[in-house]
Design a protein around this ligand. Structure first.
Ligand SMILES: Nc1ncnc2c1ncn2[C@@H]1O[C@@H]2COP(=O)(O)O[C@H]3[C@@H](O)[C@H](n4cnc5c(N)ncnc54)O[C@@H]3COP(=O)(O)O[C@H]2[C@H]1O
Ligand SMILES: Nc1ncnc2c1ncn2[C@@H]1O[C@@H]2COP(=O)(O)O[C@H]3[C@@H](O)[C@H](n4cnc5c(N)ncnc54)O[C@@H]3COP(=O)(O)O[C@H]2[C@H]1O
Lengths: 141, 141
């Protein structure tokens, strides 16, 4: 893998397509979101609305913090609370046309970024693993 | 940052020292482990014994899977179960003297690796962020 080949790669070539991304909907109860997170094994996943636009990200940490009371984890609250109230809305994003070096800089501080088109529709995610795999090929070959 | 400078870096130059690593002990109850994980915000942390040797890793996912019953998350079990019973023991590790390219290959599939001395004493962790930060410097400068 040549340096030029590496730097000419774009986010669109490296991302995980939306169909393969575990996600939840805005109005799902936290109970459903926590089950998706535990069953999928992922720590943080995107939150979409019914038109497939990105609305935020939800994590196990945020959900557990929400139900952590003085004495115990109050899990009964999970069926009352919604993803909408607990999600992080300040989500770092990329475009499919963004170059490799832009994606590399972005993943220094984020385990993954959501990829959106110009209208805000969710197209996929760009993960640290995808970037590291190419860096490894470039330096080991 | 020159290629030679990058490849001459070692795990010991890039790791987070053990004093700064959130961890739990083998015989802690899962309740304590889950509180450490939620309060620190980390998804997975190392498990040490009282002599500071590495014994495994524990995650929010593993703890929540443990208490997930037919009807609900049975959080009362958290005070009965121990880290020892729920931790992952197959832990990928590195040495302080391992070179950058060995660490890069290792973080493709692991968000972090534990760094041990020859006797198995825990010295720190090598994270994806530390590797990506240097890759970013090398390619952007
Ligand atoms: N089921 C699985 N099979 C194999 N390896 C697994 C795995 N679950 C986690 N890992 C490994 O652990 C890393 C951290 O996962 P985490 O869930 O904290 O953090 C993940 C998660 O928050 C999100 N993510 C990755 N793939 C996803 C997907 N298909 N759907 C939703 N979110 C995803 O992107 C973050 C970074 O992902 P990345 O692949 O760089 O890094 C992953 C991957 O190397
Ligand atoms: N309190 C915080 N402040 C700033 N950024 C934060 C943060 N908590 C998480 N992050 C960001 O999220 C990434 C994934 O964190 P996670 O806890 O899933 O995965 C972490 C965690 O499992 C472990 N880890 C990192 N630092 C740790 C520490 N001081 N003690 C124990 N475990 C640590 O290594 C994994 C990879 O860490 P990495 O730094 O590459 O990647 C971190 C970092 O970029």
């Amino acid at each position: 893998l040549e340096l030029q080949e590496l730097t000419e790669m774009m986010v669109g070539d490296l991302m995980i397509e939306s169909e393969k991304v575990a996600h939840v909907q805005l109005n799902n109860p936290l109970e459903h979101a926590l089950l998706v997170l535990v069953k999928s094994g992922y720590s943080v996943i995107p939150v979409l609305d019914h038109t497939y636009k990105l609305q935020g990200m939800i994590s196990k940490t945020a959900i557990l913090n929400e139900v952590l009371g003085m004495e115990r984890f109050e899990m009964e609250k999970l069926s009352e609370l919604k993803v909408l109230d607990t999600m992080l809305t300040d989500v770092p994003v990329l475009k499919k046309s963004d170059p490799f070096l832009t994606a590399l800089k972005a993943v220094v501080n984020h385990a993954f970024l959501c990829v959106l088109d110009e209208e805000g529709y969710f197209e996929g995610i760009l993960t640290r693993r995808a970037i590291l795999k190419q860096m490894n090929r470039y330096l080991h070959e």
